[in-house]
Structure formats: C-alpha cells, structure tokens
Design a protein around this ligand. Sequence first.
Ligand SMILES: *[C@@H]1O[C@H](CO)[C@@H](O)[C@H](O)[C@H]1NC(C)=O
Length: 406
Amino acid sequence: EVHAEDYGGLFDRAKVEITITDLNDNAPELTVTFLTNSIKENSPAGTVIAILNVEDQDSGINGEVTCLIPQILPFQLKKSTDNFYSLVTADSLDREQRESYNITVSVTDHGTPPLSTAMVIALHIIDTNDNPPHFSKSVYSSYFMENNQRGASVFSITANDPDWEENARITYSITKKDINDSSLSSYISINSETGIIYALRSFDYEEFQEINFQVKAQDGGSPPFSSSVSVTLFILDQNDNAPEILYPSVPTDGSTGVELAPRSSEPGYLVTKVVAVDADSGQNGWLSYQLLKATEPGLFSIGLHTGEIRTARFFLDKDALKQSLVVLVKDNGQPPLSASVMVTVVLADSIPESLSDISSISAPADPQSDLTFYLVVAVAFVSCLFFTFLLVLLAIRLHRWRTSQL
Ligand SMILES: *[C@@H]1O[C@H](CO)[C@@H](O)[C@H](O)[C@H]1NC(C)=O
C-alpha cells in the first residue's frame, strides 16, 4: 500500500503489487535413496542398481528436469513416480567382456540457461561360473624317445578358463584307461595343477608304440564345468636291439653246421643264406651283410641286403676243402649295432664224399664237446690205472715163480 498526503492533510492510497519472477538460479539436486555396488553377471535385464530422487528448487520450466545417461551403456533410467528414477540393467552383462562400469547420471533443468548436475555410480560385475575350461586343440599328439628316464616329463597340456578365481582354477586328471590290461596310472601321471605329464616307467618301443588317454580339465566353480581332450603320445624307436642271427645258428646238438658246395659250381651258385632279424624298426632295423673274413678272399660274395652267400668264381684245385667265412650283420641305426656269425663251407665233388669229409672236420668247441673230452680223459685214466695194476700183478707173479725155481 502506498500512502500519499499533502501538507493540507489530503491524502490518497494505492495498492502496488510486485511480482518476483523466478530466475533459474538453482541446479537440480540428485540424491541416492538405494544403491548396490555390484551385481552378478547373469542378472536378468531390468535388475535395479539404484533409485534416485531428483529435486529442483526453481519453479515452472526452471524446475522441470530431464534425467539421462549420456554414454552408451547397457543401463537405462526409468521414471517410477514423481521425482524418482530407477537405474536398471538394459541387457544381460558379461564379466568376461567388462568387469566394472562408471555410470554417469546427469540431470538438467529446462531453464535458460539450463543448469545440470551429474553423479557417477560405480558398478562392479561379480563373476559366475559360466565358462567351461577350454583346450586350444581338439586332439593332442606328441612323441618321446623310448628308454626314457622314469619320472621324465613327456608332455604338457593347458586349458584356459576366462572366469575368475575359483571359477577359473583348473584341475587336470587322466581319465581313460586304455593301455593293455594294467591301469594307465602305473604308466603316466599328470600334475593336477600344471598339466605336465610324466612317464612313470621307462618305455620300450618294442612293447608300446603309442599311449592313448584322455585329459580332463575341471574348474573350481560350483557347480564345476569340465572338458576332456584326447592325447596320443608316440614312442620313438631307439637303436637298442642288436641284430639277431637265426641261421646259421651255433650248433648245440652236435651237428657240424656246415654248408656244402659242389666243386663244379658255377660262379653265382647260392651256397647258403644268412638270416637275421632286428627287433628295432625303420632304419634301426634295416640290416646289411658283409664278409668280414674268409679263408680264401674273393671266393665268396654276400648280398648286401639279402644275406645270400654265393660263389664269386669257379673253384680251383688249390682251394682248401674247408672254407670259413665270418659274416657281419649290421643295422642302420645311429650308432649301428652288429652281430657276426661263422659260416663253414665244405667243397665237395659229390655229396657222399662230402658227407664222409664232414666227419673228419672237427666241430667247433662247445660245452657239450668239453664234457665228452673230460669223459674220455676219465676213461683213459681208469684204463691206465687198471693196466698198471695188471703189470704189477704179473711182475709179482713172475718174481715168485723165479724164486721158487731157484
Ligand atoms: C571408474 O572411476 C574410477 C575413479 O575415477 C577409476 O579409478 C576407474 O578406473 C573407473 N573405471 C572404469 C571402468 O572406467
């Protein structure tokens, strides 16, 4: 009310109305009424993370607000009731892709110029066991040399699990038992933590060429996930077996073990064949034959890989009746192993003659003939003793007869 009065005492009154117009001088205020800092990665879309209250002191358009998330994130704001918003997940989350978010919530009023407030909500994603252990190959194979040391590590296998902590902690084990009848566990073992595979025995290639088994990787989640993979370990051959000569064998039954060759043989006549085997394989078992020694060098030749002994020229009269050959059999390993055998060849004009000739050839010394020798010595000794006894007896008789005569 405005009162105006003159000095004469007259006055008048008027009502003056002042309207204060709102100026946009208050920024919106954001307050959190509910908040969770972490959610599980398998939470469904729409899971509530926070509930926010928005207030703006200004009025009219200056008090109207817009609330939003300025970045592109898998979250959204939902207006629930007046001034309340809930922050919810818009999609399912995967910790293996992103394990934490800083969610900015910004609120702006509609004044000119507009005022705004922002707030950052930190959210951590909790791991769930949603990934099985993964092997990079579907089948593994490797190899190692036979005659390995016991306890030697022969292979190593690893699986990956993108989960976290216990859910990613892998334990290895060998599952399928398939070596012959005995259990696999006595042949190989696996370190359950590192996946290193050890040979528990020294393997012999001649017995095992490969070992097959399954390795299982299991994580520590609850419930756990596991995967299995097939592993084949090949055992490589080493040259650990010398050639074994099957023919001619060392005679043990008193036979003479000689080969016959007619004197009239043409060059190239097949006299005999040395037969040998080698337990190794490949180059380690590939045999070659050569003549190491011969009574008459140049008279016989041997097939390098066949072991066939053939005459190299016609026999001459000066050639000895009995020909001895030493044959060396060698494998192709690194280093090579060898064996040798003596072959006796008798030259004969005809078979009956040669048979009688053979009897005059002394068989090589062996334990059997040694025994015979001792028997002969014993018999001879006993015979001598008896003969001496007879002589003494005769002498005594003679002496008595002489004295009685005298
Ligand atoms: C979130 O913010 C904090 C603090 O500023 C920072 O240390 C962290 O690295 C941020 N995280 C992400 C995922 O941006």
